[in-house]
Every structure is written in structure tokens, then in C-alpha cells.
Design a protein around this ligand. Structure first.
Ligand code: CMP
Length: 137
């Protein structure tokens, strides 16, 4: 009933950029039928990462998360398509990559938790905040 065209944000994390997986990761979404509306490679500053991950600021892993996401270049992309937030997160798979189902991006490409290949917005509200933080420059 809510299968409307919408936008979401994915960020290919430093582990996946270092391993040369950007093309394969973006390709998964293109193959599925999403339109890539915007792409940017950056190395996030600490303030930018703290804003990007603000929802996790009280979590015990926040420091590790910010250090990791600022450790090298990342690639952010705005994707558009049907029910994009939920559909993209299904393609991404479980947060713990070692538990992620085969066929998902984390299930096929990673074994980590902090270094879990990719981030995807978990709601329309998160998308709006994360897009603003990511494309600030
Ligand atoms: P991501 O989808 O980018 O959202 C927040 C990130 O925090 C998550 O992926 C993980 O990479 C990272 N993280 C680190 N430790 C934990 C944890 N214990 N539980 C959940 N996420 C964690």
C-alpha cells in the first residue's frame, strides 16, 4: 500500500572503498532498478560524521563508528525507486555482516560490524538528515 517512489541514501563505507567494491555495490541497486540520482566521494570530517551519525551519539560504539567512517574515502549515493528506504535496506542485509543473508550486500561482501560495507537510511526522516549532513560541502 505504501509502495511509492521515494529516495534514500546509501554510503559505501571505507572498508568497501578500500577493497574496490564501489562499482559492485552501486551495481546491485542499478540491477534492481533503482535510479542513481547523485553520487559523491568524500572523506568525512569528524564534525560531519558526528552529525551524520547523531542518532547514535549516546551509544557505546559511537566513538569507534566516527573514527571508522572518517578513516578513508566513502561514496554516498541518492537512490530513487519504489519504496526505496525499505527495499534498499532489504538488499543491504543485517547490520552484523556475518549474520546477513547470502544474496544481500553485507551477506555477500562482508564479515564486520563497524566495517559492514555499507550504510543505508532507515527512514524518510533519517534520509533527510543524513543527506543534508553528507552533501554539506
Ligand atoms: P550503520 O548501518 O552504518 O548504522 C550504524 C552503525 O554502527 C552500524 O551500521 C554499524 O556499522 C555500527 N555499529 C558498531 N557497533 C554496533 C553495535 N554494537 N550495534 C549496532 N551497530 C553497531
Amino acid at each position: 500500500m505504501s509502495a511509492q517512489t521515494e529516495e534514500t541514501l546509501i554510503v559505501v563505507k571505507p572498508d568497501a572503498v578500500r577493497r574496490g567494491l564501489v562499482g559492485q555495490v552501486l551495481g546491485r541497486f542499478e540491477t534492481k532498478g533503482f535510479a542513481v540520482k547523485r553520487v559523491l566521494m568524500i572523506t568525512m570530517t569528524r564534525p560531519q560524521a558526528e552529525e551524520f551519525y547523531a542518532v547514535h551519539k549516546d551509544k557505546p560504539f559511537f566513538g569507534e563508528l566516527v573514527s571508522f567512517i572518517t578513516s578513508g574515502p566513502v561514496v554516498g549515493a541518492v537512490l530513487a525507486g519504489r519504496d526505496a528506504v525499505a527495499t534498499v535496506r532489504r538488499l543491504v542485509g543485517a547490520t552484523k555482516s556475518w549474520e546477513a543473508a547470502p544474496g544481500t550486500i553485507r551477506g555477500d561482501f562482508g564479515l564486520g560490524l563497524t566495517d559492514n560495507v555499507i550504510h543505508a537510511s532507515d527512514s524518510a526522516e533519517s534520509f533527510a538528515k543524513e543527506r543534508n549532513a553528507f552533501f554539506k560541502s
